[in-house]
Design a protein around this ligand. Sequence first.
Ligand code: FE2
Length: 364
Amino acid sequence: MAETNTPLPIKDIDHVEFFVGNAKQAAEYYRLLFGFDLVGYAGPETGVRDHASYLLQQGHIRFVLTTPLTPESDSAKKIMQHGDGVYDIALRVDDAERAYKAATERGAPSVHEPMELKDETGAIKKAAIQTYGDTIHSLVEKNGYEGPLLPGFMPVDKKGGNQFLKAIDHIVGNVEDGKMNCWVDFYESVFGFENFITFDDKDISTEYSALRSKVMASENRRVKFPINEPADGRRKSQIQEYIDFNRGAGVQHVALITGDIISAIQNLRERGVEFLEVPDAYYDTLTERVGEIKEDIDELRRLKILVDKDDDGYLLQLFTKPVEDRPTLFFEVIQRRGCQGFGKGNFKALFEAIEREQARRGNL
Ligand code: FE2
């Protein structure tokens, strides 16, 4: 690794753990609809007493779905409070002890001290700190670990049959009104992240709903965390709707990168993934807005894929509907052609689409 001045160098996102009410069924949802391979399982059969976890993988994306087996467990309380959602954005570090020490010395609340997890496939070291809401960051050290899974998981070979999704591009947190800058400071002071892009409510608003957003990025730019807070509009911000239903701050969406968004969205739609509706009129002015692009506009219109650009290129993206009954967590599929932005130009189109859904639920 190159020399770095960062006190706590983060290499990448290792995996994302979700707490869900029924992991056995949720695993099939991610396998059958999103095409993830089910590659590992941990539960009573592997010596775990109070929870069951399913490990899903596609490209470099690893999701762990965990469900409590007893009402007393911590995850049961969190699911009761927030519904199903992201609990842990686990970050890969070179040295878990050093990272934990650096993070807690800089004010990050501890969740647990460094500990070793091991089985016959090898050992990893893991510590954890608290971030917004009930979300945590595990700090995972895997130096020398050769196992394909996390220690404690037994291998499962149940294919999902999709390889269009390659890696996590960014993970967005929604925080309470007035708290965005506190969390920006947190990622700056604890992790040495930089404020990569800022959007104010003039950038991201419609007649009804508004938000402010700052994107925090790791030094190597492999980890990007936009932080959103609600802003005043004529009606309730979609960020406020999230916070009301999630009962506090939490992960709003996980963006998954693809090298071929047309095939990816085609495939996901065929599998039954529901995406936000995009008005047809969006495509009438597309070339005017983004200039010449490689993709066929008719294909983009048919699949309802959004396009945005900046000085370096353009990006294609689309957002799923919430994957829970509460209007909380959703996913984004994104392909970058040079552009390092997040689809600012699409916020208005996206917002208007989200608001149509929000109005249907009677929350606008
Ligand atoms: Fe995004």
